[in-house]
Design a binder for this molecule. Structure first.
Ligand code: HEM
Ligand SMILES: [Ca+2]
Length: 691
């Protein structure tokens, strides 16, 4: 029997909720006020904030979440016991109280179970739980959060010794510093592993920050604000001057349906591997982008209304893509060009075979094939290039040669908070330079540093540089997957002309603490690996040197943060990453696959006919490169270095192409997604200034 909650306490709860609502209204107003203020000059920190992207809806949802989580905190302070808080009635009361706020209006999803196409925002993928994997939802958690105050404050102390956790920069210097003059290079993998990794993560996660007011909030001055968790760089640092402080802004929260609870971080893109970085994560974005896959001369991505990146001269412009991080580095932008080309290529060829199809139908089918080819490449070429055979089998990540796979509606594909930290293992693969491989000319080498958030390189060679950057990614190797990170991002991330910069490793560690993630050792246990003790020799998956480095900064191995713990693990045999990382990545990619009703190996209407599926299964990154650019030859396995015996260069003519005549439908699949005539809609959106 549940105990009664005393009336006095009920009244408390109602008052707290009313206060929280008031607070929310105030936050909204303050935010509008800030937006009216003038913009400041760009700082390294404001580049960092704009890198996280700014979506107005993401921001207002995060304010609601702050008010609601705040009310849970207030109830705790008022003496509500954990038991009373867990009692659904208190939360029901708060949730009901927030109902009249626009963001908390209950959405009733009317899903079309027969639609052959995904919704742009990921809703209705799972028919029983239509918000699974949708944008703006809270990230999923593998293990419960450990916030210092129990509901939203970042972690600063050890759970085992109660001592202050080591400073993230101290960890970065000790564990992640590159020891030689140049990074140790991989002798097996091509740079496509690096670039597909970053491009892919921009498909499944984008965590917005608590504030979207470009560089105006200075957490180094206003340390006690809820949005702030600044990093003070310890004295005597080899790179940063004494007194340096990073303006670290905390991640934004989100609540599922305004349900109270502890802070959960928001994901502002769809979790599914659905090329949302190309098509956007909302109907509005998709409607705008579909007319503008490339600019007028078909070589470059289109331009947004407002420039959101560094511009070198007036002939150049920033890019409009499905994801705001598109120009974070030039080779990332070249991947955006590649898949935009592929879309246009597919659309043009479908049009040739199906003159009677509507523009809507051509667009949707081209998108569906593009996503399917990409999913096939990710699971058949990318993941196997660096994951262990054991993990690929255990998590059912390999695609079938024949037949359909099985969709599991009980698997929630929502991206895990932990993956957002773990998948940063790719930061170890970042090369120091960006290189153009120009036909019959010496290669052109540029440092990465001036090219963060700057698309200049893509405009070189009469806008053909995307192809030359891609050739570099195919033909060359990059840094080995290990704990060392190049100084270009460990000391000089987003460097400004006056020398201000950030350390990416520090951001990774601080972000994990901001999100209340449990330490590395807890994830070992979750993965079924041996637990850590207070002794450093319990680190059985780390080599001597890494243990020594970790020991220099951590008092207790059980405190080791997730990012440093994972990237310093010994490589599992036959794999470039360690056991725990194979486990965290594997389990999430199983969900992205089996929890996706539109997974390309599922039967129609969501998937393809057997004939079509056989065509999709021919897809390789090499094929996509040959389809998209006028090149002669390429190696068969794009993620491995070319090599005369095992991975020779072959002619594009010898690579099978997709046979689009297999898309001769005998049925009429197009049911409208509920889109009005899209030319009309995009006119309206243009007048809104949605981008
Ligand atoms: C030049 C290359 C890259 C740069 C400059 C870069 C920079 C960044 C920055 C600044 C953040 C946000 C840090 C924070 O405030 O928490 C971030 C997040 C992230 N990065 Fe990278 N990154 C690069 C490449 C990669 C690669 C190759 C991968 C994976 C293979 C990767 C995976 C991630 C992930 C998963 C996140 C979290 C995203 C989110 O939750 O929104 N990054 N990166
Ligand atoms: Ca997505």
């Amino acid at each position: 029997l549940r105990r009664e909650i005393p009336p006095q306490k009920q009244n408390h709860a109602i008052r707290v909720m009313e206060d929280a609502k008031q607070h929310y209204m105030q936050l909204l107003n303050t935010n509008d006020e800030l937006e009216r203020q003038l913009k400041e000059k760009p700082k390294a920190h404001s580049k960092h904030q704009s890198f996280h992207g700014r979506d107005k809806k993401a921001h207002s949802l995060s304010l609601v979440s702050r008010a609601i989580v705040g009310s849970v905190g207030a109830l705790k302070k008022l003496g509500f016991t954990p038991e009373e808080l867990r009692d659904g009635r208190v939360f029901d009361m708060i949730q009901t109280g927030f109902r009249d706020i626009k963001q908390c209006n209950k959405n009733d999803y009317v899903c079309d179970a027969e639609s052959p196409y995904r919704t742009p925002d990921g809703s209705c993928n799972n028919l029983e739980n239509p918000t699974w994997g949708k944008r703006f939802q809270p990230q999923r958690r593998i293990l419960p959060a450990t916030y210092e105050n129990g509901f939203d404050s970042p972690l600063t102390r050890s759970r085992y010794t109660n001592r202050t956790l080591p400073n993230p920069r101290t960890i970065s210097n000790s564990v992640h510093r590159q020891e030689g003059d140049a990074p140790i290079m991989s002798n097996r993998l091509s740079l496509n592993v690096f670039q597909t990794g970053q491009y892919l993560n921009h498909d499944f996660i984008s965590t917005p920050l608590e504030t979207d007011d470009e560089g105006k909030l200075d957490c180094c001055k206003e340390r006690n604000r809820k949005e702030c968790f600044p990093v003070l760089i310890p004295k005597g640092d080899p790179h940063f001057p004494d007194g340096t402080c990073f303006n670290f802004i905390r991640s934004a929260g989100s609540t599922a349906n305004c349900r109270p609870g502890i802070k959960e971080q928001q994901n502002q893109v769809t979790s599914y591997i659905d090329l949302s970085q190309v098509y956007g994560s909302s109907m509005q974005q998709e409607e705008r982008l579909r007319h503008l896959m490339m600019d007028a001369d078909g070589k470059m991505l289109p331009s947004p209304r407002k420039n959101t990146c560094q511009i070198t001269n007036t002939q150049e412009h920033c890019f409009l893509a499905g994801d705001a991080r598109v120009h974070e580095n030039p080779s990332l932008a070249s991947y955006h060009v590649l898949f935009a080309h592929l879309h246009n290529n597919l659309a043009t060829n479908l049009e040739k075979v199906h003159a009677n199809w509507t523009k809507e139908r051509i667009f949707q089918e081209a998108k569906k094939i593009n996503v399917a080819m990409y999913q096939h490449v990710v699971y058949n070429e990318f993941l196997p290039s660096f994951m262990s055979e054991r993990a690929l089998k255990r998590y059912n990540l390999k695609s079938n040669k024949l037949g359909y796979s099985t969709y599991d509606s009980a698997l929630d594909a929502t991206t895990a908070n932990e993956l957002g930290i773990a998948f940063r293992f790719g930061h170890s693969l970042i090369p120091s330079d960006q290189v153009l491989v120009v036909p019959n000319k010496p290669v052109e080498v540029f440092s990465l540093v001036p090219n963060f958030d700057n698309p200049h390189l893509l405009f070189l060679h009469n806008k053909s540089a995307a192809e030359y950057l891609l050739k570099w990614l195919f033909l060359f190797s990059g840094p080995e997957m290990d704990r060392e990170i190049v100084p270009e991002v460990r000391d000089r991330l987003f460097e400004t002309p006056n020398g201000q910069s950030l350390d990416l490793v520090v951001l990774n560690i601080q972000r994990g603490r901001d999100h209340g993630l449990q330490p590395y050792g807890e994830y070992r246990k979750w993965c079924g690996l041996s637990p850590l003790t207070e002794r450093f020799d319990s680190l059985v998956d780390h080599d001597e040197k890494s243990i020594k480095r970790l020991r220099m900064v951590y008092n207790d191995p059980r405190d080791i943060d997730l990012f440093p713990g994972l990237v310093s693990e010994k490589q599992e045999s036959g794999s470039s990453i360690g056991k725990t990382l194979n486990c965290i990545i594997g389990s999430q990619f199983q969900r992205f696959k089996q929890g996706d009703r539109y997974w390309y190996e599922n039967p129609p209407p969501a998937g393809f006919t057997p004939d079509q599926l056989n065509e999709i299964r021919k897809s390789t990154l090499a094929m996509i490169m040959c389809m998209s650019f006028d090149i002669n030859q390429i190696q068969r396995d794009a993620f491995k270095l070319p090599d005369e015996t095992n991975n020779p260069m072959i002619k594009c003519d010898d690579i099978p192409k997709l046979d689009l005549t297999k898309w001769n439908f005998s049925f009429e699949p197009v049911k409208s997604l509920g889109v009005p005539v899209f030319d009309e809609l995009s006119k309206i959106l243009r007048s809104f200034g949605a981008f």
